[in-house]
Design a protein around this ligand. Structure first.
Ligand SMILES: Cc1cc2nc3c(=O)[nH]c(=O)nc-3n(C[C@H](O)[C@H](O)[C@H](O)COP(=O)(O)O)c2cc1C
Length: 210
């Protein structure tokens, strides 16, 4: 019994020291209560880049925003966003924070560490982008899109990114989190930092902060 208590205490201390449980399963997303959809439509807006809030998100808020972007919402083959032919999401979401870069895995609703690099100051072409404590990077997944030919491949990825980013806008509005869609990116830096294979294509960034 004492051993169990000691183990639990050690785990709690480890969590407190590391801050957030990055790379582990995310806390469950918020799926009920909160602001109504129509209120969120009224609140949806881009926060001006120059005034972007620099406060960090709670892990629960990030969890909810990632789930809104491309999480499972019914069984094992139903997602919060529509995909052509009902395929699994063929746009990936990376999370860039000061502690590193992570890939959102919708299958397990978890974050997988990609690197410990802080790339927040390198991914945007506009200097204010680095003010966001959290930057989502939406990337077309070449492998997931392989069964489509051009121009469908690019078009379907862009449509998916549009649905995903609108969900991010609405979830952020409902949570009181600031966000902004960014197209002006440093694509080479993103490809390098994320180690993207040739067929993958960065589509946009979403700044997040409170
Ligand atoms: C496709 C697209 C590209 C955008 N690219 C940028 C960008 O590179 N930099 C930026 O500061 N804002 C960018 N924005 C944000 C728009 O400037 C913003 O949505 C617009 O001013 C309308 O404001 P609202 O979202 O509050 O309605 C982009 C928005 C969209 C939809």
């Amino acid at each position: 019994m004492r051993g169990i208590v000691r183990g639990v205490l050690a785990a709690l201390v480890a969590l407190a020291v590391s801050g957030v449980a990055w790379g582990a399963e995310l806390p469950p997303p918020r799926m009920e209560g909160g602001m109504g959809l129509f209120e969120a439509f009224k609140k949806r807006a881009s926060v001006p880049g120059g005034d972007f809030p620099t406060g960090k998100l709670e892990l629960e808020e990030l969890s909810t925003i990632l789930w809104a972007a491309s999480g499972l919402n019914r069984g094992e083959r139903g997602w919060t966003v529509p995909m052509a032919r009902g395929l699994a999401p063929y746009c990936k979401v990376y999370v860039a924070e000061d502690v590193g870069i992570f890939l959102y895995d919708w299958r397990t609703h978890s974050l997988k560490e990609i690197s410990k690099e802080n790339v927040r100051a390198k991914v945007g072409a506009q200097s204010f982008v680095k003010m966001a404590p959290c930057i989502l990077i939406v990337v077309a997944d070449g492998e997931g899109l392989a069964e489509f030919d051009e121009p469908d491949r690019a078009e379907f990825a862009n449509v998916a990114a549009g649905a995903m980013t609108q969900d991010i806008y609405l979830a952020a509005a409902a949570l009181g989190v600031g966000t902004r869609y960014i197209h002006s990116m440093r694509v080479d830096e993103i490809q390098r930092a994320l180690g993207l294979p040739e067929g993958d294509r960065p589509i946009c960034l979403m700044m997040l902060g409170k």
